[in-house]
Design a protein around this ligand. Structure first.
Ligand code: NAD
Length: 366
């Protein structure tokens, strides 16, 4: 049954990690290592069933292959999940047991933070393996990726404006930013530096007030965000916000934001394209976070990180070009770009077998 699934999804390896004493039940999925060792975060979630956990780790690891490929990284896609409640089930033993499994893969999978995991949990993992990114800055880690993700989102926006309007005049247009969290607030700050008009909403009223007071945004209701006259809709909260109900209401020309999985379905992506909207694919736009942690592998450097974010401009521009050339929606063009890169580079070298394990220069032990 599982091999049948793996035939379809194309995964290379799935590891079930179990340690009774530590209470560890984890799954590591390595989707594709053609471009390099697989990199993707660790998620901790109280999955209702093992099947649900398997489905999630397979879906997420495959997504990382595409994200890392489009980002131009020499990294493949992988992901890990721990079955458990992050509010109740965390312990040193749990994360160290997980770290040992990661270490046993000898660099074929590199872990990082994802939902339910923070930098303190990574400290435990780091005790057992160096194949971990997103560690604390005291160990030579990269720290909070959000400002980089926001700057990368701005690069994606410049490319989108260029594709849609033929100019990159950020301040000339208005924006509906949904979510003023870690990334959203930084993005708002960048937009306001260009004097752009920004509508903002968030379920957290304090954040909305901050956006109004500090950056001069216009506050709108949670549902009203879909009805503004903004030229750009920028989802920076949750996924699935572009769906049948909201698409009808959007008056924007461009969709560009940091949230993951913005399209509720591929059919919605087709409809977005049919309506002539310029949708910048989420995983190309928000790659700043993964780019930032990837730099820990050969020695983190902030300046290199900022330079790397600028490549998002070229990646997103390329996606718009492919979409135009092949007359396909941009979400498909992004997938095509990823597949083309994996295929071309794959012909140059063999799959990464962990022989030349990543070096992690410049990092100090825990
Ligand atoms: P965050 O939790 O700091 O911010 C999300 C904000 O959205 C919160 O303030 C929350 O109150 C708000 N929100 C939740 N539901 C909402 C709703 N229905 N309407 C309006 N606001 C709502 O998270 P973040 O780190 O800023 O990430 C934002 C998005 O970007 C997420 O989808 C995340 O997966 C994605 N992303 C983040 C990074 C990063 O570097 N942090 C990297 C890649 C992708």
């Amino acid at each position: 049954m599982i091999f049948e699934t793996l035939d379809t999804t194309g995964h290379e390896e799935v590891v079930f990690c179990h340690n009774k004493d530590a209470g560890l039940k984890a799954i590591i999925a390595i989707h594709n290592t053609v471009l390099g060792p697989s990199l993707g975060g660790l998620r901790m979630w109280p999955y209702k069933s093992e099947q649900e956990a398997i489905n999630d780790v397979l879906r997420l690891s495959r997504g990382m292959t595409y994200k890392n490929a489009v980002a131009g990284l020499n990294l493949g896609g992988g992901k890990a999940v721990i079955i458990g409640d992050p509010a109740k089930d965390k312990s040193e033993a749990l994360f160290r047991a997980f770290g040992r499994f990661v270490n046993s893969l000898n660099g074929r999978y590199i872990t990082a933070e994802d939902v339910g995991i923070d930098v303190n949990d990574m400290e435990w993992v780091f005790r057992e393996t160096s194949f971990v990114t997103g560690v604390h800055q005291v160990h030579g880690g990269s720290g909070d990726p959000s400002p980089f993700t926001a700057f990368g989102t701005l690069q994606g926006l410049l490319a989108s404006l260029n594709a849609c309007y033929g100019n990159e005049d950020v301040g000339k247009y208005s924006y509906a930013v949904q979510g003023a969290g870690h990334v959203g607030m930084e993005f708002i700050k960048l937009l306001r530096e260009h004097d752009a008009k920004v509508y903002v909403t968030d379920i957290n009223k304090e954040l909305v007030q901050r956006a109004v007071d500090e950056y001069g945004c216009t506050a709108v209701g949670l549902d009203e965000i879909y009805d503004t006259d903004a030229e750009v809709y920028s989802p920076c909260a949750l996924g699935g916000t572009i769906n049948e109900a909201t698409l009808e209401r959007l008056k924007c020309k461009v969709i560009c934001g940091a949230a993951n999985n913005q399209l509720a379905s591929n059919a919605i992506g087709d409809e977005v394209s049919r309506r002539g909207l310029f949708y910048a694919p989420d995983y190309a736009v928000n790659a700043g976070g993964v780019m930032n942690i990837s730099l820990e592998i050969d020695g983190y450097n902030r300046e290199r990180a900022m330079r790397m974010m600028r490549t998002i401009y070229h990646n997103v521009s390329r996606i718009f070009e492919i979409a135009k050339r092949d007359k396909i929606p941009t979400y498909l063009a992004a997938d095509r770009l990823a597949e083309e890169r994996i295929s071309t580079i794959g012909k140059l070298r063999l799959p990464h077998l962990g022989v030349t394990a990543p070096s992690f220069q410049g990092r100090r032990g825990s």
